[in-house]
Write a protein that binds this ligand. Structure first.
Ligand SMILES: [Fe+2]
Length: 332
């Protein structure tokens, strides 16, 4: 049974901008807290991808979030206006269970950073061969592409492409609770998979504002103070290990409330549409506070190269080209 959270439990700040981002960009800490022992990791199998999803309980187009025709992604012949959908199962129960075990073992490597998510691990694809193989698997990529309706491949910003977020009750009132502050992502296509059953924690709800960011920003104080009690703030209905929501993260304000009991782990996989690469919404100053200036410059160059020459990027990174060729099939 869950108790009704108090205002203090649900109020989550918005991320900072301006000079604070520059300050953070100049003082980034270690990327991982401890090395990860890959030797014990099980291998990825294509059979871990779940069969085609049932109709998800939540599906919303950009118009439901107040976006006009002229603001949408996509181009002639390629509509791209899905705002969110889910929860769906991308992996079978076995696949989700193996992934949960891996993400639990990776927790020792996670670092604290209060810019957006309090405790997390970035660049997971470079640490875990299982995750590296999963995001390149043609069956996995076909499944996510079909859900959104555009071809999707691993994002060229590898540090931000796959990350694990860890939330737990601190039990120490003097420590700030672990949250995700209200924010927009740089990424257009974000799949958030919970690796905890909701019964394992209280709080830790993924909340989102069902409205235009312009309106959110005009009423920031009121919305963040009311949290889930605000009529336009909704809770994503994650329940079980493996439940996954697609969100157009760059266009939908969202946050995660503090966990007041137990522990919650989520995996966030951000993908890239090679046909709409020039509409990628990542901004240099969004990533720099997480990765530091030098690393962000390198990442930025990799992203620009991938936007200009997506086929070369796929070839270099061992990404199957098939989803690119299946554009018409993805509109089913
Ligand atoms: Fe996010």
């Amino acid at each position: 049974m869950t108790s009704t959270p108090t205002t203090e439990e649900t109020r989550v700040a918005t991320i900072t901008t301006g000079l604070d981002r520059l300050r953070r960009s100049l003082h980034t800490g270690a990327r991982i807290a401890a090395p990860y022992r890959v030797a014990t990791e099980p291998s990825w199998q294509s059979s871990y991808v779940a069969p085609a999803a049932e109709r998800p309980p939540v599906t919303a187009r950009m118009a439901a979030f107040g976006y006009g025709e002229g603001e949408l992604h996509g181009r002639a012949g390629l509509a791209d206006d899905l705002a969110m959908t889910g929860p769906v199962r991308l992996l079978t129960p076995d696949g989700a269970s193996v992934l949960r075990g891996i993400c639990r073992r990776l927790e020792a490597s996670a670092v604290h950073n209060d810019y957006v998510v309090s405790r997390r691990l970035r660049g997971v694809e470079t640490l875990s061969p299982f995750v590296h193989a999963m995001v390149r698997d043609p069956v996995f990529l076909d499944t996510v592409s079909r859900l959104v309706g555009v071809p999707l491949i691993p994002h060229p910003l590898r540090d931000a492409g796959v990350q694990i977020n860890y939330y737990s009750a601190s039990g120490d009132a003097s420590r700030a609770p672990l949250v995700a502050k209200w924010h927009l992502d740089g990424m257009n296509y974000v799949f958030t998979m919970t690796l905890s059953d909701h019964a394992e924690h209280e709080g830790g709800d993924y909340i989102y504002y069902r409205g235009h960011p312009r309106v959110f920003e005009a009423h920031r104080e009121e919305i963040t103070a009311q949290g889930r009690r605000h009529p336009d703030v909704h809770v994503a209905p994650f329940q079980h290990v493996g439940d996954t929501m697609f969100t157009r993260g760059s266009r939908v304000y969202h946050a995660v409330t503090p966990v007041t009991r137990g522990h919650r782990i989520t995996l966030a996989v951000s993908l890239f549409c090679p046909l709409l690469g020039d509409q990628d919404e990542n901004r240099f100053w969004h990533s720099a506070p997480d990765d530091g200036l030098a690393r962000t410059l390198n990442n930025w160059n990799a992203l620009r190269r991938a936007i200009r020459r997506p086929a070369s990027y796929c070839h270099r990174e061992g990404i199957p080209i098939r989803p690119l060729a299946r554009r018409s099939a993805t509109r089913a």
